[in-house]
Design a protein around this ligand. Structure first.
Ligand SMILES: Cc1cc2nc3c(=O)[nH]c(=O)nc-3n(C[C@H](O)[C@H](O)[C@H](O)COP(=O)(O)OP(=O)(O)OC[C@H]3O[C@@H](n4cnc5c(N)ncnc54)[C@H](O)[C@@H]3O)c2cc1C
Ligand SMILES: *[C@@H]1O[C@H](CO)[C@@H](O)[C@H](O)[C@H]1NC(C)=O
Ligand SMILES: *[C@@H]1O[C@H](CO)[C@@H](O)[C@H](O)[C@H]1NC(C)=O
Ligand SMILES: *[C@@H]1O[C@H](CO)[C@@H](O)[C@H](O)[C@H]1NC(C)=O
Ligand SMILES: *[C@@H]1O[C@H](CO)[C@@H](O)[C@H](O)[C@H]1NC(C)=O
Ligand SMILES: *[C@@H]1O[C@H](CO)[C@@H](O)[C@H](O)[C@H]1NC(C)=O
Length: 521
């Protein structure tokens, strides 16, 4: 098909024009509402733009010159700024991506498939306050989970919060996506412990639990914040922890009967004492002088002392052979550092370092398991992992309170009947390897199909995976949304769609995997 060059030119200028007017109207609207925009608005021509963009990029795959970048970055420091940004962005009809900690595995908090978008970056909104007597913490969206842990520990050595393992995750994304960590079998997900929230809706109003109502409050506890508004804060319940907890790490290669022990783990880890969380890492590793082999690492946290722990493991999981040389007693806050792989000389103050992590290239996927993988199949899977060479697994046991909370209590649906969740993980340093490693992971994902949950095959929102569906937010938005939406939310997807349709009917808060509005009738 041939187009007349003049027609193309006209279309081109029309597009340029509309982008230009969108942007100038956004800026003048913002100026009118909040005055001078110094330190708030960063345009690509200002020196602050690139450093601000890169500061919270947590996956080097989205740090390339070719990565789509925002037309502007806005860095509010007050709630009123957020209100103004939402009103002005909506009025100019420009897509707004929201970033808190930047850990999204697919970078969708700061890149976009739409040609024009702005980045609303929450890092300046990060107050935390702890009320020991009421056993509550108030934490703003731009704070990191490690900062929350540190503040709780400073206030009391008997209280904690059941959130995730990586300390630099942002509250805004981590909690709204259903965050989990080493206490999930005892206390559930982070969202099971949220009692209030503040957010800005599409009308630019600040809402709390009471004014947003129970439907919207339900949605932002696992349905992802970015489909509904800008999360400003969560108020969370604190949970009891003993002054001494115990950790261990036991590693076995296949030659040490790891297959038998992994097989047993499937039957034991989801039903054992709910104070015990035994995470299982399965990876191809090179061990000198033997060469490449599959290693299973059992990494555990127990809410009790070592004697009690050994009583539990000797009775319920003798095959693992945990002994008193493997176990280490420590405070809960030190267990946070241990599970985050800091060495044992590291002090809790590291949690206040907002850049304590090392960032490279990565890809993740997820699966849920409702039945144990038969032992002969485990052997085949490990063989496949050896052939592929790089992709590893992280298995996280469920059970305990996870099996008691109804699957409709929050948008996060994988409760009773789900034995564990699996993460597929590959990290690398050399940009060139991307294609190869993505292919390896997809191949392993295909290989796991017979064993994983199905109809639909489940996935975890916080393990964002663009392979399971993308929404272009056009005429087929609902149909596209249903594809990934039912994987993340199972039967809760429809309720999320209904709530979305009420609170944001024009789909201002949208991204590659947001909740769509109801199909037009
Ligand atoms: C190294 C690493 C370790 C991890 N470990 C765990 C773990 O142990 N447990 C676990 O549950 N998850 C884990 N995750 C996943 C993590 O929980 C998610 O990536 C989470 O979304 C990160 O939140 P964020 O604010 O840092 O991310 P961002 O990239 O800033 O945001 C993620 C999503 O939330 C939206 N969002 C962010 N802030 C707001 C806001 N204020 N209002 C509305 N929407 C918002 C974004 O638009 C985006 O859609 C890990 C991720 C990494 C990279
Ligand atoms: C992004 O690239 C810059 C160089 O342009 C580099 O300094 C920074 O460390 C990179 N960040 C990540 C997460 O790759
Ligand atoms: C954070 O706390 C400080 C000190 O109390 C206060 O001045 C500031 O307004 C707070 N910021 C936000 C965004 O709540
Ligand atoms: C958002 O902007 C659109 C026009 O772009 C407008 O029709 C709509 O009323 C606005 N929404 C709100 C809640 O102000
Ligand atoms: C592996 O299992 C076999 C048979 O059950 C047993 O004889 C052998 O001692 C075990 N090896 C190790 C290292 O535990
Ligand atoms: C700390 O780690 C070092 C090196 O791994 C080890 O030798 C030492 O025993 C550990 N100390 C404690 C108190 O566990």
């Amino acid at each position: 098909m041939e187009s007349h060059p003049h027609v193309l030119l006209v279309i081109f200028f029309f597009m340029l024009q509309s982008t230009y007017s969108q942007q100038t109207s956004f800026i003048s609207c913002l100026q009118a509402k909040i005055g001078p925009l110094t330190n708030i608005l960063h345009s690509p021509t200002t020196p602050s733009y690139i450093p601000t963009l890169q500061e919270y990029i947590k996956n080097s795959r989205f740090n390339k010159t070719t990565t789509p970048k925002p037309n502007y970055i806005v860095t509010p420091s007050k709630f009123a700024h957020v209100e103004a940004i939402v009103i002005c962005a909506n009025a100019s009809n420009i897509q707004t991506k929201i970033r808190s900690g930047g850990h999204d595995y697919e970078g969708i908090s700061y890149t976009s498939i739409e040609p024009n978008f702005i980045l609303l970056d929450m890092f300046n909104i990060r107050n935390i306050s702890i009320n020991v007597r009421a056993r509550l913490a108030y934490v703003q969206a731009g704070a990191q989970i490690g900062e929350l842990y540190y503040n709780i520990w400073k206030a009391s050595n008997k209280l904690a919060f059941p959130g995730g393992v990586c300390p630099t995750m942002g509250i805004g994304g981590h909690i709204s996506g259903g965050g989990y960590g080493a206490m999930l079998r005892k206390y559930g997900l982070s969202v099971d412990n949220v009692v209030d929230a503040e957010m800005v809706d599409v009308k630019g109003r600040i809402l709390d639990r009471k004014s947003m109502g129970e439907d919207l409050f339900w949605a932002i506890r696992g349905g992802g914040g970015a489909s509904f508004g800008v999360i400003l804060s969560y108020t969370v319940k604190l949970v009891d922890v003993p002054e001494i907890v115990t950790v261990f790490r036991v590693e076995k290669v296949l030659e040490e009967n790891a297959t038998d022990i992994v097989n047993r783990w499937q039957y034991v880890a989801p039903v054992i004492d709910n104070r015990l969380f035994i995470r299982l890492l399965i990876q191809p590793v090179t061990i000198k002088p033997y060469g490449k082999m599959i290693r299973a690492s059992f990494i555990a946290m127990f809410l009790g002392n070592s004697q009690e722990l050994l009583g539990v493991t000797n009775k319920e999981f003798p095959e693992l052979g945990v002994n008193k040389n493997d176990v280490r007693e420590m405070s809960w806050i030190d267990s946070v550092l241990y599970l985050a792989n800091f060495d044992n000389k590291t002090k809790p103050e590291i949690l206040l370092n907002r850049h304590s992590d090392t960032v490279g290239f990565l890809k993740r996927k997820s699966d849920y398991f409702q039945t144990p993988v038969p032992k002969p199949s485990l052997a085949l899977i490990f063989k496949k992992m050896m052939e592929l060479g790089k992709v590893g697994f992280v298995w996280n046991p469920y059970g305990g309170i996870m099996a008691q909370i109804p699957s409709s209590a929050t948008p996060f649906p994988h409760r009773a009947g789900f034995l564990w969740k699996m993460q597929y993980a590959v990290n690398w340093k050399d940009a060139e390897m991307e294609k190869d490693y993505l292919n390896q992971m997809r191949s392993l994902y295909d290989f796991m199909t017979p064993y994983a949950s199905y109809s639909p095959r489940g996935a975890f929102l916080n393990y964002r995976d663009i392979d399971i569906g993308v929404n272009h937010n056009g005429a087929n938005s609902y149909d596209e949304g249903k594809v990934y939406g039912e994987k993340y939310f199972l039967g809760n997807f429809d309720r999320l769609v209904q709530i979305k349709t009420v609170v944001d009917p024009q789909n201002f808060f949208r991204n590659e995997q947001s909740i769509p509005t109801s199909p037009a009738r």
